[in-house]
Design a protein around this ligand. Structure first.
Ligand SMILES: Cc1cc2nc3c(=O)[nH]c(=O)nc-3n(C[C@H](O)[C@H](O)[C@H](O)COP(=O)(O)O)c2cc1C
Length: 404
């Protein structure tokens, strides 16, 4: 279906990311919702990620005769039909049993790719076996006390390599677990704490719990190829034990040596850090605060983006994530220096509400919105977006024409 037909099709179901958010809220129990939708502490950074987009207005040029049909970009040498990737999300199988595999299949049907989380409920081998294209792998550089600091990380890298993954995304903003109080308040711990109200919240969603217990996609499969609640608890406990606050740039340099393909660093908010990563051989930087799930009070990703793009944009590919909910948000991120964006929660909403078809729909919605926004601005290619297409919202009052 073309973007045009898609926009005109009248529909009774969700038609925006926010509609999908509401549908997802209804589909999963409170505990799962707290995990998917929540952030750290007071949600200051979670909110900041969204608000940052409101500080920019889009500039328009009329009568350009341009229509944004071709939204394709290349990331890490992989052609994508739109500048949107699925960000790594761990334990995605608890939202919908098809989990990361369903999301990866939906991504490739839409012309893009998933970055598979180390904490995925489908293993690298399962995702490679169930998809046509090679995807990307996100690495948590965990260390197992039994095997020493680097052996576990090395084994993840080897498995991703053997399974044919294209690029490695090293996440560096989980030195320790973010303080997600909302999850703890709803019993999403290790083990989960069940109260009558929490059990009732699952019981009134029979479709969810039937699939949850039937398919048992609740643990990080790369750690334990086992299903069931006990394995899930063991795998999450292991992850907490194996996070490494002592991780440093030497470790990053070592990971660069281990992986000969494209290497991205995910979770950078500072231009000096971005420059250091690029000097150590990073091919790309994901400007990210983990969707406001780690350090509450950290800067919004969009606000961190311009300085990083200016500093290393010529040296490394710049991606960003955090708060993308509309096609116009993607436009703003691209104008400020991102080559493409990643979405986390939006596709998990789609998956929770409608399975892989929901993920496809989320990507189609974003594609249609992006194409509309660019056409109305008078720009036809993502590569033509630059800061000159933006006006700071606080300065347009009284100077609405911009330019000059
Ligand atoms: C439920 C959930 C699980 C996540 N798990 C991971 C993960 O395993 N590895 C990782 O690097 N980032 C993880 N993230 C962060 C995302 O990759 C991404 O940075 C963030 O979701 C972007 O913000 P957004 O949700 O507003 O799009 C997770 C995010 C969510 C919502």
């Amino acid at each position: 279906m073309s973007v045009f037909q898609y926009k005109l099709s009248s529909r009774s179901g969700p038609i925006t990311v926010e509609d999908y958010r509401r549908a997802a809220r209804r589909a999963v129990p409170d505990m799962v919702w707290a995990y998917v939708d929540g952030g750290a502490e007071d949600h200051t950074t979670l909110r900041a990620n969204r608000r940052a987009f409101d500080r920019w207005c889009l500039r328009t040029h009329v009568l350009t005769g341009k229509e944004a049909r071709d939204l394709s970009v290349e990331v890490a040498g992989v052609p994508l039909s739109l500048p949107v990737l699925l960000a790594p999300t761990g334990l995605t199988g608890i939202s919908h049993w098809t989990g990361e595999l369903g999301a990866a299949q939906a991504a490739e049907r839409t012309g893009t790719r998933v970055i598979l989380s180390t904490a995925a409920t489908y293993s690298v081998e399962e995702v490679a076996g169930g998809t046509e294209h090679d995807h990307f792998f996100q690495l948590y550089p965990w260390a197992d006390e039994a095997t020493g600091a680097r052996a576990l990380t090395e084994s993840f890298i080897d498995r991703a390599k053997r399974a044919g993954f294209q690029g490695l995304f090293v996440t560096v903003d989980v030195q320790t677990h973010g303080n997600r109080e909302g999850e703890r308040k709803r019993g999403m711990g290790t083990p989960p704490v069940l109260t009558p109200a929490r059990i009732a919240s699952a019981a009134i969603r029979p479709k969810w719990w039937y699939a949850f217990f039937r398919h048992q996609r609740m643990s990080a499969r790369i750690l334990l190829d086992e299903s069931g609640m006990k394995a899930a608890v063991r795998s999450v406990q292991a992850q907490y034990r194996w996070m490494r606050p002592e991780l440093n740039w030497d470790d990053f340099a070592w990971m660069r040596q281990q992986w000969s393909g494209p290497l991205f660093i995910k979770g950078v908010l500072d231009a000096d850090d971005a420059a250091r990563a690029a000097d150590l051989g990073a091919d790309g930087i994901v400007v990210s605060n983990h969707g406001g799930r780690q350090l509450d009070g950290a800067v919004a990703s969009l606000d961190a983006l311009p300085a990083i793009a200016r500093r290393v944009g010529g040296q490394a590919e710049i991606l960003m994530d955090g708060g993308i909910r509309r096609g116009s948000d993607i436009v703003k991120a691209l104008c400020l220096g991102a080559k493409a964006v990643c979405i986390g929660r939006p596709y998990v909403y789609g998956l929770a509400a409608r399975g892989p078809a929901g993920v496809e729909d989320i990507l189609r919605i974003l594609r249609a919105e992006l194409s509309t926004a660019m056409t109305l601005m008078g720009v036809d290619r993502p590569a033509d977006l630059d800061p000159s297409w933006l006006l700071p919202a606080d300065r347009v009052v009284g100077d609405a024409a911009g330019g000059g």
